[in-house]
Structures are given as structure tokens and as C-alpha cells.
Design a protein around this ligand. Structure first.
Ligand SMILES: Nc1ncnc2c1ncn2[C@@H]1O[C@H](COP(=O)(O)OP(=O)(O)OP(=O)(O)O)[C@@H](O)[C@H]1O
Ligand SMILES: [Mg+2]
Length: 235
């Protein structure tokens, strides 16, 4: 079976407020699946549940065919999920290299104290900037750093939360290219949360549209036409 990530009937509430309702999702190796939807519908909350940063109230999550529903975040990272959170969340006072090492520690990779060279080959700018502090990088460079930090452990599933947010078109294109190459060369699975429709059409294979915590539309990105965008995504 090639489904690396499988979510069944997931529900989640913040206290009394139900945020996610009956979500089913499958991400297979070699595929890029996108979750779209307007602000505040629950996209980030879904990803936090997948990463084990929130605890679902109902449903199940499996990673690589194994049940992880009740497993802590650290075990999910070790099992091969890399996470690029919304807003990047790099450490501004640590250097680029130190930020990347945090990625190794987070996944508890034993005996791997140095950042593998191939991480720097994805975004060469990070090699040039490896001794600079994270906070001194541009927004686009910080996003490249956040993606690289998620990749230091060689994950089989990469989860990205709005990687194009606040970033210039040339860097967006470079990020899209790197994601495409990762899928092609390493056959990883990618779950992408994204509101930038052109980027979704460019990089993703299939999409789900979320509204108020439910998926209300889905299909191949070739079906993502203007009607769909107007109905579900425009503000
Ligand atoms: N820690 C929290 N406690 C209570 N409610 C929260 C918390 N975090 C988010 N929410 C609420 O849960 C809902 C979903 O938020 P979430 O961040 O998942 O949305 P989103 O789709 O990622 O939005 P955006 O596109 O703006 O990033 C929102 O109504 C939000 O206000
Ligand atoms: Mg969000």
C-alpha cells in the first residue's frame, strides 16, 4: 500500500467549539495533495492534529500504514513526518545552521549531529547564509530555511502550511520547483495547505476545499476552475 498518510473521520474541538468535522484524507507516496479554504476554516488545526500538537476528539490517523492516533508528536516526527508551520517559526537569534540542527533534535535522530550536505543543495542561498542569524534573513529565505529544517531528517511525508504567504513570486517559484523535485526524486508524499490558487494548480495533483471544518469539494487540480474558486475560495 502506498498511502503514507491516512485520516479517517477526524473531529476536533477547542473546548466547546467544534473546529473539525468528519475529515477523511489520504496522501500517497509521490503525490502532492492540497487543502484549500478561506481564513479560519480549520486548515492549520487539521495539520496540528496530524502532527500531534493537538489531540483529536474522534477519528484516526495512520502514518506509513501504522496507527498513530494516540502517539505523541515526537514519535510522529521520527516516523517520517516533516512539518513546516504557518509563519515559518524559525529561531531569529540562532544561525541558519543552528536552526537546521534544531530540526535534527526535534525528530530525535540519534548519531546525526551534523546537517546533511544535500539540505544545502536544495536552497544554495542557505549555504551562503549558514552563519547568519535566522532573524536577519528575508521572508523568502526564512521560508526556505523552515522547509529545509523539516527536511534534515529525510521525511517520507512533508506537511506545509501556506508556504507562499507573504513571499515574492521568484521565491515562490523556487519553492514550488524544490517541492516538485523532492516528490519526483524521493517519492515522498506532500500535504500542502495553500490559498494561492495558481500555485496549487502548478504544484499539486489533487485538492480538498475546507469550509467550517468540513471538506466541501475535492478533485484533481485540473478541475479547479474559476467557478470552484468563486464559490469556495474568493473572499
Ligand atoms: N488555540 C486556539 N484556541 C481556540 N480557538 C482557536 C485556537 N486556534 C485557532 N482557533 C480557532 O479555530 C478556527 C480554525 O483556525 P485555524 O487556524 O485552523 O484556521 P486556518 O484555516 O488555518 O486559517 P488561516 O487561513 O487564517 O491560517 C478559527 O475559528 C480560530 O479562531
Ligand atoms: Mg492557518
Amino acid at each position: 500500500m502506498s498511502s503514507l498518510l491516512e485520516v479517517k473521520d477526524l473531529e476536533f474541538s477547542y473546548g466547546e467549539v467544534q473546529v473539525l468535522r468528519g475529515l477523511d484524507l489520504i496522501v500517497e507516496a509521490g503525490k502532492i495533495v492540497c487543502v484549500m479554504g478561506r481564513n479560519g476554516v480549520g486548515k492549520t488545526t487539521l495539520l496540528r492534529n496530524l502532527m500531534g500538537l493537538e489531540t483529536l476528539t474522534k477519528g484516526s490517523i495512520s502514518i506509513g500504514g501504522k496507527d498513530f492516533t494516540r502517539r505523541p508528536a515526537s514519535e510522529r516526527a521520527t516516523a517520517g513526518i516533516g512539518y513546516v508551520p504557518q509563519g515559518r517559526q524559525i529561531f531569529p537569534r540562532l544561525t541558519v545552521e543552528e536552526n537546521l540542527k534544531v530540526g535534527l533534535e526535534a525528530a530525535n535522530v540519534k548519531g546525526r549531529a551534523t546537517v546533511p550536505d544535500e539540505v544545502y543543495t536544495l536552497f544554495p542561498i542557505l549555504w551562503e547564509m549558514r552563519r547568519r542569524r535566522g532573524g536577519d534573513l528575508s521572508g523568502g529565505q526564512q521560508q526556505q530555511l523552515a522547509i529545509s529544517r523539516a527536511l534534515v531528517t529525510n521525511p517520507s511525508i512533508l506537511v506545509l502550511d501556506e508556504p507562499t504567504e507573504g513571499i515574492q513570486p521568484n521565491v515562490i517559484m523556487e519553492i514550488g520547483k524544490v517541492i516538485g523535485e523532492l516528490v519526483e526524486e524521493r517519492n515522498i508524499a506532500v500535504l500542502l495547505v495553500e490559498q494561492y490558487v495558481d500555485f496549487v494548480r502548478e504544484v499539486a495533483d489533487s485538492f480538498h476545499v475546507m469550509n467550517r471544518g468540513s471538506f466541501v469539494a475535492q478533485g484533481n487540480t485540473s478541475e479547479l476552475d474559476e467557478d470552484m474558486v468563486r464559490k469556495h475560495l474568493s473572499v
